[in-house]
Design a protein around this ligand. Structure first.
Ligand code: DC
Length: 227
C-alpha cells in the first residue's frame, strides 16, 4: 500500500487508546476520530468476530487450536451484520484473545490500518487492550482510559436494560470483573497501560469532559512534535 501522504513519520499520526470494557474508550475514540479526521479501528471487533464465527459454527471458543485457525481465516467481511455485541460474544472474545496464535494472526491487519489509514485519512486511532504496548508501541499519543468496575457496570446496564430487561446490574458487574481478570492476567499482550500512556479515569467525568481533556493533551503533543 502507499505510504502516508506526508513526509512526517507515520507514527506521528497514530493515537492508541486502551482500557477495559465500558470505560468509555470507544465513545472517546469515535469523537476524536471525527474531530481530527482520523480513521478509527475498534480492535475488539476482531476478537469478537473470531469468537462469534466459532460460536456460529458450533465450535467451543475455549478450543485454542481451533481459535488460531479461525483467526488466520478471519476477515471483516465474514461478520458483516453479525450480532457481535452480545454479552456472550464478549465473554468468548476475551477467551480467544488469550490465545497467542489468535493475537499473532490479527496483528498485521491492525498495524497495516495504523500505517495506512483507509480513505486517505490524516491519521489513525485504534482502541483495544494492547495498542500502546504491542500493536503500535511507537504511537505518539497513548491513552489508557479506565473507570471503576461499578461505574462501568452501571453504564452497560443503562445501555442494555431496554433490550435485556432480565440482566441485572450485579450480573453485568460480575461479567466485567471476570473479563478484566482474563484480559489483564493473560501472558500474551495483557491489558495494561503503556509506560508512556496518559491515564484518564472517567468514573466521575462526563464524556464531554473526557474529550476536552484528551484533545488538550493531543493538541499539545502534536504541537510539540511539529515544533
Ligand atoms: O473492547 P471489547 O469489549 O469489544 O473487546 C472484546 C474482547 O477482546 C476483550 O475482552 C479483550 C479482547 N481484546 C483484546 O484482547 N485486545 C484488543 N486489542 C481488543 C480486544
Amino acid at each position: 500500500m502507499a505510504a502516508p501522504p506526508s513526509n512526517e513519520p507515520a507514527n506521528l499520526k497514530v493515537i492508541a487508546l486502551d482500557g477495559p470494557a465500558a470505560s468509555g474508550k470507544g465513545t472517546l475514540a469515535r469523537r476524536l476520530a471525527a474531530h481530527y479526521g482520523f480513521a478509527y479501528l475498534d480492535t475488539g471487533v476482531l476478537y469478537r468476530g473470531v469468537a462469534w464465527t466459532m460460536i456460529k459454527d458450533g465450535v467451543d471458543p475455549a478450543d485454542a487450536a481451533a481459535a488460531g485457525r479461525y483467526a488466520r481465516e478471519f476477515s471483516l467481511k465474514k461478520i458483516e451484520g453479525a450480532p457481535i455485541r452480545s454479552r456472550e460474544v464478549g465473554a468468548a472474545a476475551s477467551k480467544v484473545a488469550a490465545v497467542p496464535a489468535v493475537r499473532a494472526a490479527l496483528l498485521d491487519f491492525q498495524r497495516d490500518f495504523a500505517a495506512n489509514p483507509p480513505g486517505g485519512a490524516a491519521g489513525a486511532i485504534l482502541d483495544g487492550r494492547d495498542i500502546g504496548t504491542v500493536v503500535c508501541p511507537d504511537a505518539r499519543v497513548k491513552f489508557f482510559v479506565t473507570a471503576s468496575p461499578e461505574a462501568r457496570a452501571r453504564r452497560r446496564w443503562l445501555e442494555l436494560r431496554d433490550e435485556r430487561p432480565d440482566l441485572t446490574e450485579a450480573a453485568i458487574l460480575q461479567d466485567i470483573r471476570e473479563r478484566d481478570a482474563r484480559d489483564a492476567d493473560r501472558k500474551d499482550a495483557p491489558m495494561k497501560p503503556a509506560a508512556d500512556a496518559e491515564l484518564i479515569d472517567t468514573t466521575h467525568l462526563t464524556i464531554d469532559a473526557v474529550e476536552a481533556a484528551a484533545r488538550s493533551l493531543i493538541d499539545g503533543i502534536f504541537r510539540r512534535r511539529r515544533g
